[in-house]
Design a protein around this ligand. Structure first.
Ligand SMILES: Cc1cc2nc3c(=O)[nH]c(=O)nc-3n(C[C@H](O)[C@H](O)[C@H](O)COP(=O)(O)OP(=O)(O)OC[C@H]3O[C@@H](n4cnc5c(N)ncnc54)[C@H](O)[C@@H]3O)c2cc1C
Length: 196
């Protein structure tokens, strides 16, 4: 598949000087703080032996745009904080949905997919016109509906999420999210993420 999923991961904020904070925490265990910054792969060698608690001292916050199908899976990761666009308080008046590349390979599939989306949004608007609240009308909206979510994870949980969700067994859309997370984190904290 050459086309990829139309999802966007943006880094909002990250622990300043994260690798230094992590290394200082690790070195505290051996009272070798004075050697901080002297061994290039110090953090990575701790990770390799499973001594990982110090990487929990740094965290990153991302804004992620993708389908509700994908965010439903993402929020299964519990060591986290999430804030998501509400379908109870925000009207989804505009048809805004993700079309997987697997669908886009066939005109017939695209037409069927588009028809399903039109039907869902048609029913949604109809229910709103009848006076139902968005929180009730949303029951007819599809998993494909675009959503925005802000996620905060510590580096240990981020490594876990990236590893699990890059697997070929994972949903292709969440794999694309994991790929973008990995690329950002490799750049931001290479000592912690270079091996992923
Ligand atoms: C390929 C794939 C297929 C999947 N298929 C399904 C499916 O069919 N149905 C389904 O329901 N889910 C499915 N999942 C979701 C999966 O079961 C997990 O809920 C999800 O991946 C969150 O991961 P987690 O539980 O490791 O970690 P997180 O919530 O990210 O927690 C990180 C780690 O903390 C520890 N931890 C967190 N909470 C607890 C706790 N309460 N008790 C003990 N240890 C804890 C564990 O070591 C855990 O690995 C799938 C996931 C993948 C990657």
């Amino acid at each position: 598949m050459s086309e990829s999923y139309d999802v966007k991961v943006s880094l909002l904020t990250i622990t300043p000087d994260a690798e230094r904070v992590i290394e200082s925490a690790g070195r505290l265990c051996w009272n070798t703080q004075d050697k901080t910054g002297t061994v290039p792969d110090r953090i990575h060698s701790w990770i390799n032996i499973g001594h990982e608690s110090m990487i929990e001292h740094a965290c990153a916050t991302f804004s992620i745009r993708g389908s509700r199908a994908m965010t439903h899976e993402l929020v299964r990761h519990r060591l986290a904080s999430y804030s998501q666009r509400s379908q109870r308080y925000v009207r989804e008046d505009q048809e805004s949905y993700l079309c997987p590349p697997e669908v886009r390979v066939s005109e017939e599939a695209v037409a069927a997919y588009r028809q399903a989306m039109n039907n869902a949004w048609g029913a949604y608007r109809d229910l709103l016109r009848q006076g139902l609240k968005p929180e009730i009308a949303r029951y007819v909206l599809p998993n494909a509906c675009y959503t925005d979510i802000i996620c905060t994870w510590n580096f240990r949980e981020l490594r876990h999420i990236i590893t699990l969700r890059l697997s070929p067994r994972a949903l292709p859309e969440i794999r694309e999210v994991a790929r973008q997370l990995r690329d950002i984190m490799k750049e931001q904290a290479p000592q912690v993420f270079a091996d992923l």
